[in-house]
Write a protein that binds this ligand. Structure first.
Ligand SMILES: [Zn+2]
Length: 168
């Protein structure tokens, strides 16, 4: 967790021990298991809190995924301004990849199949339309970023997680 008690990441136990030995985290809870090195044994940390607050949103940003691009753009085609469901939407590279465009937040927009076909690998000047909203990196971090692979959440985690909010 962040210094603010906000859960931010699930890490491997070896990384957890390392952070603990580096005194970068406080261990708030342990698993009952022990881990052994050659000379010592340690209780296995279950819940860690960073001593220093890190700006998760600023440092890591929002992951550039199809879903997140659609969420940013409200599931609205940025060229014809109509709303669609996920299956009828595509990602358009404003400055086409084939012409040196990059796959970055500032160069991707939500487009419906029809508009994307029409645009193809044209530049905006050739296409004659500009995206409804200027594409930018969103400032939010979706709740769903923190996913658990298993529904069996360790007992020690429960008091720190808003499980209801995650649908359990
Ligand atoms: Zn469209």
């Amino acid at each position: 967790m962040n210094a603010s008690y906000e859960p931010i990441k699930i890490i491997h136990w070896q990384k957890a021990i390392l952070l603990w030995l580096q005194e970068r985290v406080e261990v708030l809870d342990f698993h009952s298991a022990q881990v052994r090195s050659i000379s010592k044994s340690y209780p296995l940390p279950a819940v860690l809190k960073l001593k220093k607050y890190i700006n998760v949103r600023g440092n890591n940003g929002v992951r550039l995924t199809r879903q997140n691009i659609f969420i940013r753009d409200n599931f609205q085609c940025q060229y014809c301004h109509e709303f669609f469901s996920k299956k009828d939407l595509t990602i358009d590279h404003v400055h086409p990849i084939s012409k040196g465009g990059l796959h970055i937040w500032e160069n991707v927009v939500t487009a419906c199949n029809k508009c994307n076909n029409k645009k193809g690998s044209k530049l905006l000047t050739e296409f004659g339309k500009i995206p409804l909203n200027k594409p930018e990196e969103p400032k939010w971090l979706p709740q769903t970023e923190l996913k658990y692979k298993s529904k069996r959440v360790p007992e020690a985690w429960k008091q720190y997680l808003d499980l209801e909010e995650l649908g359990w």
